[in-house]
Design a binder for this molecule. Sequence first.
Ligand code: ZN
Length: 404
Amino acid sequence: MVTKQDYYTSLEVERTTGKSEIKKAYLRLARKFHPDVNKDAGAEARFKEVKEAYEVLSDDEKRAAYDRYGHAAFDGSAGMGGSPFGGGSPFGGGGAGSPFEDLFESFFGGNGGGRQSGPPRGADLQTQIAIDFDEAIFGAERELNVTRMQICPTCNGNRSEPGSQPTTCLVCAGSGQVRRVQNTILGQFMTAAPCERCHGEGVIITDPCHTCNGEGRVRQTSNLTVTVPAGIEDDATMRLSGQGEAGARGGAPGHLYVRVRVRPRKGFARQGKQIHTEQPLDVAQAALGDEIEVPTVDGPAKLKIPAGAQTGQTFRLRGHGAPDVRGGDRGDQIVTVRVQVPTKLSNEQRALFEQLATSFGRKEKDRTAVTTEGKDAHGAKDGDKHGKSILGRMKEAIIGPDDE
Ligand code: ZN
């Protein structure tokens, strides 16, 4: 076991925290990190850590030993099941009371808390898929070819050649465990170690299956259909329970983790449940207002632009965003408008803009002569520097290319 977290830190409690508070902390963290609920990659490890810490801190005797000797009190054990306190686990099959007990045991494939004597769980696998932007909004299905250790089809995982039976191990008389008394710093304890002859299984395979050489599993490639939930975000990881490798000697299968990459869609950006797009408007649309069609993931949608729309102004298209991956209503699409000033004008447009300029109160000479008229000091200064009025410069900018 690598560096071990302090049990109090694991449960996020103080060394002085009372029993009932420790239980509350445990239930809260267990709910938060339970692998059936939390699909984050580190959740399972954290869950095991929390569970182990609780097994010690909820038991007065173990807690006292831990307070005095730290992790050394339980040294030499692969997990709590193999500690000198073995058998006293709150999950030890005696119905010692957690409402999650069944859930936990079914998840870990435990058998009465004797975790160390069970066959090892199969390895977890990891793969990656890519989906389109719109598929992330609406959900998708993908076929996956997974090469993994699977239950042997010949012996169905029981490892004996069909027709033959395993025989009971004579060393442990089929119990899989050998008990012995051990003297430790804390006194005398009865310990149970897995039988070395049968590796804790209680039986010996005398006629191993010819397909899997008595391992109970073989490497095979399978085709899996993966359902990607609507609303998934880029770089999310899905956990497919039990779709990893089959465990050796009948152990529970591992999980398959699928990392999902979402390909970008041009012009669309996603932020949680919101989708952001930009919409160009010409000066007339911006000034007069318009009803336009904007692209959404649901196809074109109508959007009313009020008269006097400004660049950078945003409009909300309700329900055209993404759903939350946990379900619920879809978010909105936020449309940001960009008013586009024309860089080239036809003669007619130019005449109209000049007419417009006159209508805005500029005289003909204002548009060509030096002027410092302006509402604010900065504008005036700017006008000085370039020796032209704002409108004059604008005109120059618009008709400039024609003069070259
Ligand atoms: Zn086999």
